[in-house]
Design a protein around this ligand. Structure first.
Ligand code: SF4
Length: 420
């Protein structure tokens, strides 16, 4: 009898590791996947790996040499899109940045980075999905809809203790797929969400006889009443978990991450609480780890002076393009080029189009050099970071003899070292 192998789905950052595939079947279909996972595994994948130099099909050796030459010619190369690569490929990318005096960044744009600033300012109290699943009697979803973004999350953290059933509470501005299965939905507008967090913290930290006087004229009585309801739910929990997403587009000043981190700290004076950001930025968490281990900085690291430097978002990929401080770019992307550059500001886009480009991409892309990437978990393997920062070894379902991105990057690195 053919053994049913278990694989990891990389359809979202939950990285479910119980995907069954009967490889003996002519038309295999993965089992245990959600709808998002089904769509992920149904993606078309190319049977052959092709590389291009100046739009012409090239051997790997030619593409590697052309890349090394472009990096050597550049005074200030930029390496970005590490979130699209495995941990191993991210590690080699960092080594290339070090040798080439490049700037290296985790993602292509500044969007969605507020949780890392929050971590640096306030720290975080967090836990693995396993711990949340075995201990959490209250799960709060703050302005997020995991039934759509991470469809098997609730199944993965479901607590089976019948004596203390797990309650699901959603706080948000509208009904969603998750509110339909929640035990309770507290509705509040996005504009009033920060005020609600302040009120909840205020009620938690003040002695009970001061609570009434603290609800000053600046706060609406409706928000104060909502805060009281929420506080009751939160302090009744023996072990609570708060999942959240970035509420505003602002990369640096989204106050939600800060306020939730502070709220979790306050809640730990009363009961036990943890928080987890529902990240959707692929393997960016691993990229932050790799850069932090290697340079001391988790993103946007510049090597122009021969040593790692970081200054907020000054050396982020988007800022380097916007300020025209880079003269060649090596990036990884699983989007089409138009979707990719569509995320950038007009000035960043114009500079991007004007400099030599080296692309690691799943889709055909006009670039000076293009290396073809596989799809993680389908025809590409490597380590990927789960939502709770656990590293997971993703295997290929379709075996192939493709060169992995880390092998290609290592050849580029060796070429740079040999000719330096
Ligand atoms: S929840 Fe995410 S990782 Fe799990 S099967 Fe669905 S898409 Fe794949």
């Amino acid at each position: 009898m053919q053994k049913i192998e278990k694989f990891i789905c990389a359809g979202c950052t939950l990285l479910c590791d119980d995907i069954e595939v009967d490889l003996s079947a002519d038309h295999w279909r993965p089992k245990n996947t959600c709808e998002l996972g089904n769509q992920y595994f149904a993606q078309p994948s190319s049977p052959t790996q092709t590389h291009f130099v100046d739009g012409e099909v090239a051997t790997l050796d030619q593409a590697v040499k052309a890349t090394a030459q472009l990096l050597r010619n550049a005074k200030s190369p930029l390496i970005c899109g590490l979130d699209q690569l495995s941990t191993e490929a991210q590690q080699v990318s960092w080594k290339i940045a070090d040798i080439a005096g490049a700037t290296i960044d985790t993602t292509f744009t500044n969007h969605g980075r507020s949780s890392i600033f929050s971590l640096q300012k306030i720290g975080k109290v967090t836990a693995t999905l396993g711990e949340i699943g075995s201990r959490s009697d209250l799960v709060v979803f703050w302005f997020c809809d995991p039934e759509i973004t991470h469809p098997r999350l609730l199944e993965r953290i479901h607590r089976k203790d019948k004596d203390q059933p797990q309650r699901i509470l959603v706080v948000g501005d509208k009904e969603t797929a998750t509110t339909k299965i929640a035990h309770r939905f507290i509705q509040i507008s996005k504009e009033n969400a920060s005020e609600l967090l302040v009120r909840v913290r205020g009620q938690l930290t003040l002695p009970s006889d001061n609570k009434t006087s603290a609800s000053g004229a600046n706060f609406s009585s409706a928000t104060e009443a909502t805060a009281s309801e929420l506080v009751k739910e939160l302090v009744d929990a023996k072990y609570g978990s708060i999942f959240f997403e970035q509420v505003t587009e602002n990369s640096r000043f989204d106050s939600t991450s800060d306020s939730i981190s502070r709220l979790i700290r306050s809640l730990n004076d009363v009961t036990r609480f943890v928080g987890l950001k529902l990240r959707t930025d692929n393997n960016a968490q691993s990229a932050e780890n790799v850069l932090a281990w290697s340079s001391g900085f988790p993103f946007a690291v510049n090597h122009n002076l021969g040593h790692p430097r970081q200054h907020g978002l000054e050396f982020s990929a988007e800022s380097m393009l916007q300020t025209q401080q880079c003269d060649a770019i090596l990036f990884a992307s699983r989007l089409s080029k138009s979707d990719l550059v569509g995320q950038l500001s007009k000035s960043a886009r114009a500079h991007f189009e004007s400099i030599p480009q080296i692309a690691f991409s799943t889709q055909a892309m006009i670039a000076n050099v293009q290396f073809q990437l596989g799809i993680p978990g389908i025809n590409e393997a490597g380590e990927y970071c789960r939502i709770d920062n656990i590293s997971m070894p993703v295997k290929k379902i379709k075996p192939n003899d493709w060169m992995s991105p880390e092998t290609i990057l290592e050849e580029i690195r060796q070429n740079l070292v040999a000719r330096s």
